[in-house]
Design a protein around this ligand. Structure first.
Ligand code: IPM
Ligand code: MG
Length: 352
């Protein structure tokens, strides 16, 4: 699929979000794609300050009118005192839910030459080339929740964990399809030894596996998966898991490859619509200083071209330019280098 017009919503958000998305936009503009239209919108703490809500109605409207969203980051300590529904994080959670972005793809691999940056031994880390497929619309994230006072006066917080079979089937299909395009190994991560939610998850994944006889399916409890991710991460190809476990394991996987500033992600709806964001957060400590590494956002833009706009060739061009910049020693502070945000953007743009 290639379209004549492509409308991209750019939601830069908080902290380092604006700096890193600025560089990704430069990269997109350099590609000179015909019909590319960029529309900005407010999300997160900055949107709360401007409009009184982290996901204003006008932002949601821009999102709905777009072919894809390029997202920076949300998160702002100064909003910590707000009621939960007004906190910056609700922008990303709201977009996921409102737009049906149910499949989160988080690839992790070690870039050649960066093997020494991980906290794992280089010979272990260099074997990592995995994809986490995280369900994004269900689980304890979106279940009923509340605070109550028990009869004996103790306060209790509670969150309901659940998955319905169609939700599991849908993400399982995404994961099996992804595995078919890779090494055809899928590991489903759950906690079926304790949780009913996980038992259903496992049963449904096994049902779906019948449609993908070429994919080798395995199951792993999440605690063991956390251990295997540092013990023998090279054994994983595709991991599929629920929202909460996927949140945790994907951060862990990012550290196993040592460079959170390089990891991109896609959150996909049914069809081609998707939201693309770096997996790092808003990093308030370095915000506005021109120090953030924009490569993860630039690589997210590449994923966007691939998954939502059918522009595989241009996606590869961006990925190669990033790899070439890294190989030439252009590294941000997160990689032990000294290149600034703009400088890294320049280096990638030059190599396109
Ligand atoms: C992520 C983040 C979000 C999540 C937060 C910001 C709500 O940690 O995208 O992994 O928990 O999903
Ligand atoms: Mg997370």
């Amino acid at each position: 699929m290639t379209k004549n017009s492509m409308r991209i919503a750019v939601f830069a958000g908080d902290g380092i979000g604006p700096e890193v998305t600025e560089q990704a936009v430069r990269v997109l503009e350099k590609l000179d794609l015909s019909g590319l239209e960029l529309v900005e919108g407010d999300v997160g703490g900055m949107a709360y300050r401007k409009h009184g809500h982290p996901l204003p109605a006008e932002t949601l409207e821009i999102a709905r009118s777009a072919d894809a969203i390029l997202f920076g980051a949300v998160g702002d300590f100064s909003c910590d005192h707000l009621e939960r529904h007004l906190r910056p994080e609700q922008a990303i959670l709201g977009l996921r839910k409102e737009l049906g972005l149910f499949a989160n793809l988080r690839p992790a691999r070690v870039f050649p030459g960066l093997e020494d940056l991980t906290t794992l031994r280089p010979e272990v880390a260099s074997k990592i080339d995995l994809l986490i497929v995280r369900e994004l619309n269900g689980d304890v994230y979106f279940g009923e929740k509340g605070m109550r006072v028990l009869e004996d006066g103790r306060r209790q917080g509670w969150d309901m964990m659940s998955y319905a079979e169609d939700e599991v089937r849908r993400i399982a299909n995404t994961a099996f399809t992804a595995a078919m395009g890779r090494d055809r190994k899928l590991c489903s991560v759950d906690k079926a030894n304790v949780l009913e939610t996980s038992q259903l998850w496992r049963d449904v994944v096994i049902e779906v596996s019948k449609e993908y006889p070429e994919v080798e399916l395995s199951h792993m409890y999440v605690d063991n998966a956390a251990m295997q991710l540092v013990k023998n991460p090279g054994a994983f190809d595709v991991i599929v898991t629920g929202n909460l476990f996927g949140d945790i394991l994907s951060d862990q996987a990012s550290m196993c490859v040592g460079s959170i500033g390089l990891l991109a992600s896609a959150s996909l709806a049914e069809g081609t619509f998707g939201l693309y964001e770096p997996i790092h957060g808003s990093a308030p400590d370095i915000a506005g200083k021109g120090l953030a590494n924009p490569m993860a956002t630039i690589l997210s833009a590449a994923m966007m071209l691939r998954h939502s706009l059918g522009l595989e060739e241009q996606a590869v061009r961006i990925e190669k330019a990033v790899a070439a910049a890294l190989a030439a020693g252009v590294k941000g502070g997160d990689l032990g280098g000294s290149s600034g945000t703009r400088e890294i953007g320049d280096a990638v743009v030059e190599r396109l």
